[in-house]
Design a binder for this molecule. Structure first.
Ligand SMILES: Cc1cc2nc3c(=O)[nH]c(=O)nc-3n(C[C@H](O)[C@H](O)[C@H](O)COP(=O)(O)OP(=O)(O)OC[C@H]3O[C@@H](n4cnc5c(N)ncnc54)[C@H](O)[C@@H]3O)c2cc1C
Length: 306
């Protein structure tokens, strides 16, 4: 199927959802595409305490569901599609998915980030069975009473660890350097009985009869963890694989210059361009900013659908 629309938004996390809602209310009919359940990475957050409007904090899953509900109430069109390629043609964009092709006047890239892979011997063979990047693919509700080893020292690693510990698992964290998470997360982890090992590099993983053996080292000092599940949180990188190199080059992911790309009609929003400043409120703000620029562009071209 080939369809002409005014705006395609790729990614239905906080950035894409906020952009979609703004455009819909501005009289533009955006098409939001996401390969997964809408809500984005936020669904993985255990407890969000810094998103305005929730004095008692809110789980990432609930906040994401509220955003999706609000978007649905406004009637934003969402299709489950994986975007494989975006290219520019004259003053339009061609957005290819596995099944359909769309053509639009503007595109907002709100694809977020992908986890960086663990460069640890043996990690590749365990991926998807014993080793996971984040919690979304684990089925956390079924994992209880297990040994969980989290590799990483940032906010996400500690958030995952606290989440898994609260579900009755026995959790340890190994961080390559000093933990870089918020001090309050470190305190909560320690208070919750999570073993935190800082400055240890994970060198090798092997499957054993009763789980995974992870060998770590801090200089000459060795430490071995026997665990059921390994969760890796070694940072994330922008998801811009769907863009051709000439468009990719226009994206500055340093967090300094979103949402403009220098290509008319092509905008970026949220984690995909925010470098280390990855936050739901920033993503939502970026989404609105990009949407406002799209609305202005369509008005200039006389193309706002009302
Ligand atoms: C453990 C954890 C805890 C966190 N805690 C907090 C917190 O307390 N406070 C806070 O503000 N933020 C927190 N965050 C960060 C927050 O989740 C992100 O900043 C936010 O989700 C970014 O929104 P986004 O829309 O830019 O990207 P994402 O939420 O990553 O959404 C991107 C969407 O794009 C889709 N997509 C990507 N590529 C394609 C493609 N080719 N085709 C179709 N769809 C595609 C993905 O499926 C995804 O749904 C946390 C994150 C993690 C991992």
């Amino acid at each position: 199927m080939h369809e002409r629309v005014s705006v395609v938004i790729v990614g239905a996390g906080p950035a894409g959802i906020a952009a979609g809602m703004f455009l819909k209310r501005a009289g533009v009919e955006p098409l939001l595409l996401d390969e997964r359940e809408p809500g984005g990475l936020l669904r993985e957050a255990n407890l969000v305490e810094n998103y305005p409007g929730f004095p008692g904090g809110v789980s990432g899953k609930e906040l994401a569901s509220l955003m999706v509900h609000q978007m649905e109430k406004l009637g934003v069109r969402l299709e489950k599609r994986s975007v494989t390629k975006i290219s520019s043609k004259d003053r339009s964009f061609v957005i290819e998915t596995e099944t359909d092709t769309y053509e639009s006047d503007a595109v907002i890239i709100a694809t977020g980030t992908a986890p960086k892979k663990a460069e640890i011997e043996g990690a590749g063979e365990l991926e998807g069975r014993r080793l996971f990047y984040g919690l979304s693919s684990i089925g956390t509700d079924d994992v209880r009473g297990k040994r969980v080893l989290v590799l990483g020292g940032g906010d996400a690693a500690f958030d995952y660890a606290i989440n898994m510990s609260a579900r009755g698992n026995s959790v340890a964290i190994v961080s390559r350097s000093t933990a870089s998470c918020l001090p309050l997360l470190l305190e909560r982890a320690k208070a919750g009985g999570i073993e935190v090992s800082e400055g240890y590099v994970s060198e090798r993983m092997t499957e054993s009869t009763n789980g995974v053996r992870v060998e770590c080292a801090r200089g000459d000092e060795k430490k071995v963890f026997e665990t059921d599940i390994v969760v890796v949180a070694h940072g994330r990188e922008p998801r811009i694989d769907l863009l051709p190199s000439e468009l990719k080059e226009r994206i500055d992911d340093s967090g300094e210059r979103p949402p403009m790309t220098g290509v008319q009609g092509l905008f970026v929003a949220g984690d995909v361009v925010r470098g280390i400043h990855r936050q739901a409120a920033i993503a939502a703000g970026d989404g609105v900013h990009a949407a406002m620029l799209v609305e202005q562009l369509l008005k200039r071209r006389g193309g706002v659908v009302s």
